[in-house]
Design a protein around this ligand. Structure first.
Ligand code: ADP
Ligand code: RBF
Ligand code: MG
Length: 383
């Protein structure tokens, strides 16, 4: 279906941390180490307060909250020198490389506009292949009078791109960044980096779940052309373990059984991948390999407290297979998780997902992974 055009945009201005780069893990790791020196423990609760802030603002919050006997600038100096050892490990967020390549191939002018200092931005992107060349403009908070939520950084970025603010599209993960973009008179797409926060982004022109869901054509920019029959191919990723009891909801409430895996073993994979509906192949130790469609996330309709993986094996089994070893190879993405006005509409949508996955998995692009050795489980658990 053709998307209604929101407004014609001529350039894209991107935030860096939390939008393109997954710096969250590094940030927590460094702060944990730093706070131990003062006999304190990082509990992650400050994250909400810090997202999108400038280095000095971050420092002020943490120094005060933890009652640290150091000055803000000492905190910045020390913590930022610790960061530099971790920058090479920072990963691009899902969809970031795809977006940068796409815009850059189509000659869409792009700027990076971050509350970090310019030197930090440059060292962060130096580890990401092809990024430096893609951004004709970079603006850090040390290059303007005030950082976000002031519009200065974005206005400076548009000025250096020779673009009007009104034809600049901002992509931002933080509320502070969205405020800055709107104050600059720009259109803003929010990609919240913390879960269940959509309600805080009412001033954004659009809120999407991850960069995978961005539709540039809505903004008069060239559409992505990598969707194939309703699916977005990805590098395969792997999860597996014994099937555990879930909330007992799948077959009972929806008539759709989902073979849950214990969340303990795969917390990294879970945090790395955006919530959404994915598909691929499932191998069961004693039974074989089957097509599979799954949701990953908090199931907005049920508003679960925990992020789970819910794989539906596209096969009729005549018995349960709890405790059996289940291996999944996930090969593509279908859509973001959504809420629905009724159980019936949720069930209808999941059956549509099933059809999309069943058809796509016959394409050579996806069917080749049926033979992935990861799916042929020769020994069951404990052997
Ligand atoms: P739970 O909440 O415990 O996961 P569900 O109602 O979702 O319960 O049912 C999932 C269980 O049903 C799986 O653990 C598995 O043992 C069984 N099952 C039977 N057929 C399927 C299928 N096609 N896909 C997934 N699980 C299935
Ligand atoms: N739950 C939601 O709340 N929103 C969704 O968009 C959604 N999509 C799903 C797609 C597939 C393919 C599957 C298998 C499940 C999906 N569910 C979704 C999850 C469903 O709510 C979950 O399996 C049950 O809550 C069982 O625990
Ligand atoms: Mg289940």
């Amino acid at each position: 279906m053709a998307q209604p055009l929101k407004k014609l945009m001529s350039c894209v201005i991107l935030d860096l941390d939390g939008t393109l780069l997954n710096t969250d893990g590094m940030f927590s790791e460094v702060l944990k180490t730093f706070l131990v020196k003062y006999g304190k423990e990082w509990d992650g609760r400050e994250k909400h307060k810090i997202v999108g802030k400038t280095p000095l603002e971050e420092a002020a919050i943490i120094v005060e909250d933890y009652g640290l006997p150091c000055a803000k600038h000492e905190f910045v100096n020390e913590v930022y020198s610790m960061f530099s050892d971790h920058l090479c490990k920072v990963k691009a967020l899902p969809g970031a490389n795809r977006l940068i390549k796409h815009l850059s191939c189509h000659g869409v002018p792009m700027a990076l506009a971050s509350n970090s200092h310019r030197a930090t931005i440059e060292s962060k992107i130096s580890y990401q292949h092809g990024w430096k060349e893609s951004f004709s403009v970079i603006v850090g908070s040390d290059e303007v009078r005030t950082g976000k939520p002031s519009p200065d950084i974005f206005l400076e970025a548009a000025k250096r791109l020779n673009m009007e603010p009104s034809s600049s599209l901002v992509i931002e993960d933080s509320v502070i960044g969205v405020m800055a973009g709107k104050a600059a008179g720009m259109e803003v797409v929010a990609v919240p980096s913390l879960p269940k926060q959509t309600h805080r982004y009412t001033s954004a022109d659009e809120v999407i779940n991850s960069l995978l869901d961005l539709q540039p054509e809505k903004w008069g920019l060239p559409p992505f052309q990598d969707w194939i029959e309703g699916t977005l191919p990805s590098e395969p990723w792997y999860v597996g373990g014994p099937v555990v009891k879930g909330l007992g909801r799948g077959s009972k409430v929806l008539g759709i059984p989902t073979a849950n895996l214990s969340t303990e073993g795969y917390s990294d994979v879970l945090s790395e991948h955006p919530s959404g509906v994915y598909f691929g192949w499932a191998g069961l130790s004693t039974r074989g390999v089957y097509k599979m469609v799954m949701s990953i996330g908090w199931n907005p309709y049920f508003d679960n407290a925990e992020k789970t993986i819910e794989p539906w094996l596209l096969h009729e089994f005549d018995e349960d297979f709890y405790d059996e070893e289940l291996h999944l190879v996930i090969v593509g993405y279908i859509r973001p998780e959504a809420n629905f006005p009724s159980l019936e509409t949720l069930i209808t949508k999941i059956h549509e997902d099933r059809k999309v996955a069943e058809r796509a998995l016959d394409l050579p692009l996806y069917s080749k992974y049926r033979d992935d050795p990861y799916l042929k489980i020769t020994s069951s658990k404990g052997q």
